[in-house]
Design a protein around this ligand. Structure first.
Ligand SMILES: NC(=O)c1ccc[n+]([C@@H]2O[C@H](COP(=O)([O-])OP(=O)(O)OC[C@H]3O[C@@H](n4cnc5c(N)ncnc54)[C@H](O)[C@@H]3O)[C@@H](O)[C@H]2O)c1
Length: 334
């Protein structure tokens, strides 16, 4: 996979065998065993993509920004709201781009949805409902190999602990998957969560396999958001969001990359992928990051969106643990 708008300058991985395999697949001119080795070397980089297991995003992301380099960090951005906002502030202070690895924002449907909601064509947001059910349970069980035939794993596939060990993944379905619809809802509506109440079910796992979250935004809109990691290979994933507003509603299907906007006057606008476009545009965020650095495009998943998603999820996990609603403003500040 290549992109004419960017040049792969180097690869970093702290596992020598994986680094060798990645070099063979992606053909990087030079490799390093650590981020610090790269940043102190003579290799010039405009941006770094941090795509390690999630627990290391904060330390590595901070190291990138402190070195004066633009940062793209995979989702979930980090686990703690105060860490997320500190990265946002650091990027602002240094005049650097900070992009989060959200993907659905790069579809035509998502852009129509956001433009419609911002234009007030269907009025003010009242309520939003999202379900995100996906094929991830074997990841949560530490058995990524179950999905080799489905995903193909161009390099090695994830480490068994990446999505199953709470210390590394930060949690289960919430951190690994619900971060996507949360990021989409907050991006499309521009909202920020004020209060969150969550229930989480683990079945026989040590992390959440199913989640049910209710929330209220700072602007007074309310929402529900839930999902399950139990979809099996061959079964259809269900990833839908419904936005109910004062003058209409919008139905977004993330797995098909479509949106239908219904106005109160009966008019319906529909958007979906162009022929040949993937429904899940997995290369788009990194290409978008290269375009952003080169001044050729906008930041479709900026750091403040990532941080709003992190505070939502931190409040949800805390709420599930306590059994009471959590105010985002109550989250630890350090
Ligand atoms: N945006 C998306 O749709 C999407 C999809 C899949 C994964 N992700 C995210 O990408 C991240 C990585 O997931 P993965 O499945 O590739 O995991 P992985 O287990 O394959 O880890 C990726 C690589 O990071 C390396 N690594 C670990 N610690 C490191 C360190 N300190 N320095 C350098 N390299 C290090 C590992 O050796 C491994 O090769 C996770 O945060 C995940 O949530 C995002």
């Amino acid at each position: 996979m290549s992109y004419e708008g960017a040049e792969l300058a180097a690869l970093v991985d702290n596992d020598p065998a994986k680094l060798r395999q990645a070099k063979e697949v992606f053909g990087a001119p030079v490799t390093y065993p650590s981020l610090e080795d790269l940043l102190s070397s003579s290799t010039q980089v405009d941006g770094v993509v941090v795509a390690t297991p999630s627990a290391y995003h904060y330390r590595l992301g901070r190291t990138v920004l402190e070195a004066g380099v633009h940062l793209m960090v995979e989702k979930p951005m980090v686990f703690r709201a105060h860490e997320a906002w500190s990265l946002v502030r650091l990027a602002e202070e240094r005049g650097l781009h900070l992009q989060v690895g959200y993907t659905y924002q790069f579809t035509k449907a998502a852009r129509l949805l956001r433009d419609t909601l911002a234009s007030a064509a269907i009025g003010d947001l009242l309520q939003v409902s999202a379900v995100y059910a996906s094929m991830v349970e074997s990841y949560y069980r530490g058995r990524p190999e179950d999905y080799r035939s489905v995903f193909g794993f161009p390099v090695t596939g994830p480490d068994p602990r990446t999505y199953s060990d709470p210390a590394i993944a930060g949690g289960g379905h919430g951190q690994t998957q619900l971060t996507h619809p949360i990021g989409m809802v907050l991006w499309a509506t521009g909202q920020r969560a004020e209060q969150v109440m969550a229930y989480m079910g683990k079945a026989d796992l040590v992390i959440d396999l199913v989640d049910a979250i209710a929330w209220r935004s700072c602007d007074g809109a309310i929402g529900t958001l839930g999902g399950s990691g139990t979809i099996r290979p061959g079964e259809p994933e269900q990833q839908e969001i419904r936005y109910y507003c004062t003058k209409g509603f919008a139905l977004q299907d993330l797995s098909r990359a479509t949106v239908e906007v219904h106005r109160a006057n009966g008019r319906v606008a529909i958007a979906g992928p162009d022929e040949g476009d993937p429904t899940y545009p997995s290369p788009a965020p990194v290409r978008g990051f290269a375009d952003l650095i080169a001044g050729r495009g906008p930041n479709l998943a900026p750091g403040d969106l990532g941080a709003r998603g992190v505070e939502f999820l931190e409040a949800a996990y805390l709420s599930a643990e306590r059994g009471t609603p959590v105010q985002v403003q109550e989250l630890p500040r350090a």
